[in-house]
Structures are given as structure tokens and as C-alpha cells.
Design a protein around this ligand. Structure first.
Ligand SMILES: [Zn+2]
Ligand SMILES: [Zn+2]
Ligand SMILES: [Zn+2]
Length: 136
């Protein structure tokens, strides 16, 4: 049983690593279903939550409130630029944000401040594809 769960978690992990950007549990489940792995949606949810808890994946909330995941190259604190059309993500450092967040928290007497800052937009490729469609 433990062995089987480990296998499924590994399969979800490698599917996530192969994804081009942020994906939802449904996205990954649809991909795994195409390979006839027999991994259920509930298992995908559990595996993703587990990967996020152990720091092997980044979890964030899409603008429509869905939990989305990515196996990020950086393990340290970082931010993301995410395309809301294709899910492509760029990992970014935001030094100004770090300084501002610490200073703002300190000004209000807060310590141990944390923050979550991610930028959602339309990537260059999707912007080009959209304007190409509009021209046609
Ligand atoms: Zn990340
Ligand atoms: Zn895009
Ligand atoms: Zn930050």
C-alpha cells in the first residue's frame, strides 16, 4: 500500500516536472489519464498537496481561485510571472518587494513578515497569437 502510494506520487511528480508551467490537479489528472496510469483525481490532489508541503512544488492560487502547482527550479523564496492563457511561468526575484514588505511590516510593529506576490498576465507568445487571430 505504501509502495503503491509512493509510485503514484512519483508519477505525479514527474508529470509536474514535465509541465511547461503552472497546472491544476485536473490538468495533471487529464494528462495521466491519457497514459492509462489508473491514478485517480483524489490521488493527484493528495500527491500535489504533499509535494507542496515538502517544498518540492510551488503552490499558488490562480485568479479564479484554483490551486495551481509547478515544480520550480529555485527552492528559495521567489516570485512568479504567470501567463493566464497558457500557464507558462517565469521565476523572478523581486528585491524591491522584499525591502518594501519588511519595511512596511516593521513600520506597523510586525515581525516575521511573509508575503506572496505573483504577477498574472498574458505572455509574449499568447499576446502575439491573440493579435494574429484578431488580424485574420
Ligand atoms: Zn516557483
Ligand atoms: Zn502564454
Ligand atoms: Zn518576496
Amino acid at each position: 500500500m505504501v509502495q503503491r502510494n509512493t509510485w503514484q506520487r512519483e508519477r505525479v511528480r514527474s508529470a509536474l516536472a514535465g509541465a511547461p508551467g503552472f497546472v491544476s490537479a485536473q490538468d495533471l489528472h487529464a494528462e495521466l489519464r491519457g497514459e492509462n496510469t489508473g491514478i485517480g483525481l483524489a490521488t493527484v490532489y493528495r500527491a500535489l498537496a504533499n509535494l507542496a508541503a515538502t517544498g518540492e512544488a510551488d503552490q499558488l492560487q490562480s485568479p479564479d481561485g484554483e490551486a495551481i502547482y509547478r515544480a520550480c527550479a529555485s527552492t528559495g523564496h521567489h516570485h512568479h510571472l504567470i501567463c493566464r492563457v497558457c500557464g507558462k511561468a517565469v521565476e523572478i526575484q523581486a528585491t524591491e518587494v522584499e525591502t518594501w514588505a519588511q519595511a512596511t511590516a516593521a513600520a506597523h510593529g510586525f515581525t516575521q513578515a511573509e508575503h506572496v506576490v505573483d504577477i498574472f498576465g498574458t505572455c509574449a507568445d499568447c499576446t502575439a497569437a491573440t493579435s494574429a487571430r484578431a488580424d485574420a
